[in-house]
Design a protein around this ligand. Structure first.
Ligand code: ADP
Length: 581
């Protein structure tokens, strides 16, 4: 405004000067004889009109010039302001921004871009961008200008797409970036390109990778055999896969948007109400924790329930919990199989108990009549010896042998059946003491065979102490009994392995052929005649039963002619795993 007034005043002043100069000339060289008449000629009014016209023209001219100048000033001011703002943006933006002219030269560069690429802003301005920062692919292959996605954005009317590539720093290092390049249009003419970029970490998935992952997760959701649905913080279903909708009997549209609890979890399996506060599906997002549940039911649209196993996992977005994802499966078949298995096991345990009882009763009750048979046959042999011929005496001898052997077998059977039926409570037992006791019970046999016995550190475990003594005693006595020609050497050792203790009784005896190694743990199974190595074949069967009663397993490794190692493993659980000699 000030400029316009000033210009008008200058014009008025100029007009008045012209008026006065013309008046003076007119007075000096013209007819008027007074200065007043020369300045304001009344006799020649056309001169007055001419001067007035000049003055008016100058005022109008001044006014127009003033207005024009004012507009220019305002435009210049706005430009300065915009430039200032742009500089501020370029200086403070965290994202990299730069502009290129049509030849691909930098026209402006933000500080973030320059520092990301190791340059000063001034170093980049005016330089060809492709040559400076975009010349090669990550593997060092040259990046042709014709293929350059940034340069190709010039004049392109396609919508800008985010691209992942590397740019090159001043020091030669690649910088992985994601950028968008858009053309700058001015009155329908492309003036260049502006590029906005940000540095990405090497392992951040690219746009293509994200798209691939999206497709993959859609595929998984569609084809997964397990039901999968998502819920928001209000418990409303946000998505459900086909398996979920088939199992629940609803169309996906009927599920999405509805609260899951009143829809599929309203009632317990025993028919009582299942309150929302109890819902472990919702607990996942309330507690920000994963819940795995294996004994609940979901309800179908038709009104029936089915047993489910499910996992509810909180769903997080940018660190905030926004809901949960539930993965579930119908476990009707598994439940049925479990029930059948339980029934079979109970049946088995019952018949086992009955069998044990039977074996116990039979062997116990048989003892007495057998003892009688044996005594009377012995009596017969003694009292009527002189009346029997050679064959008769021989037959009596066989009968006594048979009865004796049968007695031993019955006793063994009794011992065997007692392992399960007469077992004692498990107590924390130092197995070093157990081994010592077994060895002291075997003193005579050890001395007689001249055997060398060694044992290492033993743990303390929760066991039936008497049965453990029997177990070690059976194994060590076999190790001595089935010796070869050489001096028997027996080692007893123990070592922990994956939550259990493995015990080993090794000898340098006759060994066992591969094909016999399973058989010897069965009841009354022997590999030798009684006169070769005495015994009934019950020892290892008892060992197996004791180990199994303790929740363990037993096996043998052997080299025929070199020796055998009998191993048994017992669970270390509930044991004070204290190693003592
Ligand atoms: P028994 O000792 O009364 O024969 P076991 O059940 O203890 O009965 O053993 C079954 C069979 O396993 C034995 O007859 C023997 O052939 C074989 N056996 C057991 N321990 C050993 C061993 N340490 N070395 C070689 N053979 C063995």
């Amino acid at each position: 405004m000030k400029t316009a007034v000033k210009t008008v005043l200058y014009s008025v002043f100029l007009g008045l000067v012209i008026w006065s100069v013309d008046g003076l000339f007119y007075w000096r060289f013209g007819p008027p004889d007074s200065l007043t008449e020369a300045l304001f000629p009344t006799e020649h009014p056309h001169r007055l009109y001419l001067r007035g016209l000049v003055l008016l023209s100058l005022v109008v001219y001044g006014w127009i010039m003033g207005a024009l100048t004012m507009r220019e000033e305002r435009a210049a001011q706005e430009l300065a302001q915009m430039t200032h703002r742009l500089e501020l943006i370029l200086g403070s933006a965290h994202e990299g921004i730069f502009g290129l002219d049509l030849a691909g030269r930098f026209t402006f560069v933000s500080s973030a871009t320059a520092s990301m690429l190791g340059y000063d802003v001034e170093e980049m301005l005016g330089w060809d961008s492709h040559t400076l920062i975009h010349h090669s692919y990550p593997d060092g292959e040259p990046y042709l200008r014709d293929d350059c996605a940034i340069l190709n954005a010039h004049g392109s009317d396609e919508p800008p797409r985010e691209t992942s590539e590397v740019l090159w720093r001043k020091d030669g290092e690649p910088v992985p970036v994601r950028y968008t390049a858009r053309p700058i249009w001015d009155n329908g003419q492309c003036r260049g390109t502006v590029v906005v970029l940000r540095r990405v970490s090497q392992d951040e998935p690219s746009q293509e990778e994200l798209e691939r992952l999206r497709r993959l997760s859609r595929l998984i959701l569609t084809w997964a055999g397990e039901g999968i649905f998502g819920i928001d913080l209000d418990g409303r279903i946000t998505f459900a896969n086909p398996a979920a909708s088939v199992m629940l009997g609803y169309d996906t549209d009927e599920l999405v948007g509805r609260r899951s609890h009143p829809l599929i979890q309203h009632t317990d399996q025993d028919g009582g109400p299942h309150r929302e506060e109890q819902s472990l599906i919702y607990a996942a997002f309330k507690d920000n924790d994963v819940y795995h549940v294996s004994d609940e039911v979901f309800w179908r649209k038709g009104g029936e329930s089915f047993p489910v196993e499910y996992t509810s996992t909180p769903l997080r977005e940018n660190g905030d919990v926004v809901g949960a994802v539930v993965v579930f499966k119908d476990i009707t078949e598994r439940k049925n199989a479990e029930r059948e298995l339980r029934q079979t096991l109970e049946e088995l345990a019952r018949s086992n108990r009955e069998l044990e009882q039977f074996a116990y009763v039979v062997s116990h009750d048989l003892q007495e009549p057998l003892r009688m048979v044996r005594s009377y046959v012995e009596l017969l042999g003694k009292r009527y010896a002189d009346r029997l011929d050679e064959d008769g005496r021989e037959f009596v001898g066989y009968a006594i042998d048979g009865a004796t052997r049968m007695q031993r077998m019955i006793e063994d059977l009794l011992r065997y059946s007692r392992v399960g039926s007469r077992g004692a409570e498990f107590v924390l037992t130092d197995l070093s003491d157990v081994v010592e006791e077994a060895l002291s019970n075997l003193t005579a046999a050890i001395e007689e065979a001249g055997a060398r016995i060694e044992h290492g550190d033993m743990p303390s475990l929760w066991v039936d102490r008497a049965q453990m003594v029997q177990l070690f005693q059976n194994l060590i006595s076999n190790a001595i009994k089935f010796r070869a020609e050489r001096t028997p050497e027996v080692t007893v050792a123990a070592h922990p392995r994956n939550g259990e203790w493995v015990f080993a009784v090794s000898d340098n005896g006759i060994g066992i052929a591969e094909e016999q190694r399973e058989r010897i743990f069965a009841i009354f199974q022997r590999l030798h005649a009684d006169d070769e190595y005495p015994g009934t074949g019950i020892g290892l069967a008892i060992c197996k039963k004791i180990v199994e009663r303790h929740g363990g397993s037993i096996w043998v490794e052997s080299r025929p002619g070199e020796g055998s190692t009998f191993y048994f493993a017992l669970p270390a659980e509930a044991s004070a795993a204290r190693v003592r000699r």
